[in-house]
Design a protein around this ligand. Sequence first.
Ligand code: URA
Length: 457
Amino acid sequence: MRVAALASADDFDGWRDAARRLIAERVPPHDVVWQVGDLPTDLFGDEAITADPAPFRVPRAFIDLARTAILHAAPERFALLYAMLVRLVAEPRLIDDRADPAMRRLEEMAKAVRRDIHKMRAFLRFREIADDTGPRFVAWFEPEHHIVRRNARFFVDRFAVMHWSILTPELSLHWDGKALAEGPGATRADAPDGDPVEEVWKTYYASIFNPARLKKGAMLKEMPRKYWKNMPETALVPALIAGAQAREAAMIETARTAPQGNVLPAWEALRDEATACTRCPLWKPATQTVFGEGPVDAELMIVGEQPGDQEDLAGHPFVGPAGQLFDRAMAAAGLDRSRVYLTNAVKHFKFEARGKRRIHAKPGVGEIDACRWWIEQERAIVRPKMTIAMGATAARSLTGKAVTIGRERSRPITLADGGTGWITVHPSYLLRLPDPAAAEIEFGKFVEDLRSAAAAV
Ligand code: URA
């Protein structure tokens, strides 16, 4: 039995060095015990790991995956990663096998870690205390995984001029404006409670509060109960709800009439927020959120249904077979894809697993409605002159009701936010037509729709 000792629960470099040596010695995964810290090693007769690491290659994507999955709280993560590494050295293509249970487990672990990283960034709150050296800010946070060190750089960059401490059960971080220091874990009692900083957060929060979130209870979903006690702004919720209707009307009006400033930071923040979306259960099996893409000042927005298998893996909309047909139609209509804002009504891939294959499944009304929050925000930021809905899902998302494409297509319609919409078929519909002659005619109509909608603005 070999013992691979790691310096800490998030010691990726230690794991990588040990794994290299173990592979050089051809040690099978079941002969390795991974341990963190100074636990007694003689339990296992401690055969030291001595071999010089021999060079070998594994896909870059695995290293990225391992760097994140290793931060998961599950004690078996080191062993799982080593077992996967051994298999990948022999069979590098395994990295793309979405049906492999071990790969899937590691992907899920990495996803949970990314989510936790995002939560710490979104939900951590500093409280102000004064000591001899001046104002100091202290925050208490309880992560689910070993993400505190991974997030340290984010907080240093974001709060560079403040002197702050972040206390967590595992370790504490201290920043004095120049250097980052680490200390031992702490308890909630070590962090101060309410103080003046809360007023700042409350003002900030009230100013960004978006009433559209309220409708779907989405804010409560995004802000898990666990974090409420850390968050002064939750005290504001009843008052915010009371004013929500009026603010929503004002928000839509502003979006319609205000001059367009630099909206790129708002769009980037929205896209980043969407990476951690859990508004409906589709996020769980999907690889990632596939957000909209294109110029944030585009005059034309085009909306599809949901990412497909290839989009889910690539993280970009319309890159698979439907995307290729869409590209051909755009070219035939004389339109430039790079000047269009292209997005989907639903931002996660919905599928049924059949063996190794993932078969597209149509999103339900609940999923479309849950995802409308994102497209409403995208529309409020981009403010396109024309929005084309391709297919029934996109049409439902934009109009809020069931739409019969054949009846409603090929003419301008007015959308609830005052924008102009245009309904047409989805490219996948054209791909499914069995008769080539009929497919050709339908393709021509689709091209004409794209051309006419663009010309209408
Ligand atoms: N179909 C869609 O509706 N969107 C995509 O991004 C890909 C296929």
